[in-house]
Design a protein around this ligand. Structure first.
Ligand code: HPA
Length: 270
């Protein structure tokens, strides 16, 4: 895999992605941050050697490079999910490439189901920690020293510096930003009532199907990261309605403006 990462890095450098400082991975229904970028280079995933293809229609599948808030940003519009059939190595491949390209901080977003019933759908949650319930692990296999230690420390998976900046920005901009624990499940099915109960009792505030693999790899590669969830549905086991994926996407779209505001300010301040 090292050779593939090097090959993809060389390809992207050759295309002009020479000095990205901040990496961004945008979740389901949350791709519009790229509209804020002064785009210099935009490449379809399908043109990038060794990149998996985005398979789900609402994922745009583009790597976008340009300036935002005076910084060189490299954004993934659309990410790879385990539930689409990729291996965890494929899911996290772009994070490794970002690090090799020189990215110094990684900003992530996702859509998640809200299990903390004190919070409401449409609100944002800053990840302070996570629980990984996904099968397979992106670090599993023969260790490649250039990527970092196999027994990656996860005592502080989210950068306290980035998180405190986001908390300050949210307060200043009057954006409600909850803080809590994200649990990652494989998907693609949603959860049963018993599962929501179980996950909530396990200590999680929201549940989703992404982010954690990328965060594990970012930690292995010593790439400071932060992640914000948009709470797209309320998962109350005692009052559970059939989930509507379009409703999830619509809620993500409504909340996205606040997420964009948060990340725009953060990028400016970095
Ligand atoms: N479960 C898992 N993933 C999700 C959910 C959920 O309830 N809502 C949005 N993504």
């Amino acid at each position: 895999m090292l050779e593939q990462v090097k090959e993809t890095t060389a390809f992207l450098k050759d295309k002009g992605i020479t000095a990205p400082k901040i990496g961004v991975i945008l979740g389901t229904g949350l791709g519009d941050l790229v509209n804020e970028i002064d785009v210099e280079i935009s490449i379809d995933y399908k043109e990038i050697p060794n990149f998996p293809l985005a398979t789900i229609e609402f994922h745009h599948g583009k790597l976008i490079y340009g300036k935002l808030g005076g910084k060189q940003v490299l954004a993934m519009q659309g990410r790879f999910h385990y539930y689409e059939g990729y291996t965890m190595q494929q899911v996290t491949f772009p994070v490794r490439v970002m690090k090799f390209l020189g990215v110094e901080q990684l900003l992530i977003s996702n859509a998640a189901g809200g299990m903390n019933l004190d919070w409401q759908k449409g609100e944002l949650m800053l990840l302070t920690d996570h629980i990984n319930l996904q099968p397979e692990n992106p670090l599993r296999g023969v260790n490649i020293p250039e990527f970092g230690p196999i027994f990656t420390d996860m005592s502080a998976p989210y950068s306290s510096d980035l998180n405190s900046k986001l908390i300050d920005i949210a307060a200043r901009e009057s954006i409600t930003l909850r803080e809590g624990v994200y649990v990652a499940v494989a998907g693609p099915n949603l959860e049963t009532r018993a599962e929501y109960k179980f996950l909530r009792n396990a200590g999680a505030d929201v549940v989703g199907m992404s982010t954690v693999p990328e965060v594990i790899v970012a930690n292995q590669m010593e790439l400071p990261c932060c992640a914000v969830s948009v709470i797209t549905d309320e998962c109350d086991p005692d009052n559970l309605h059939p989930v509507d994926i379009q409703d999830i996407i619509n809620t993500a779209k409504t909340a996205e403006k606040r997420l964009i505001q948060l990340y725009k300010h953060l990028i400016k301040e970095l």
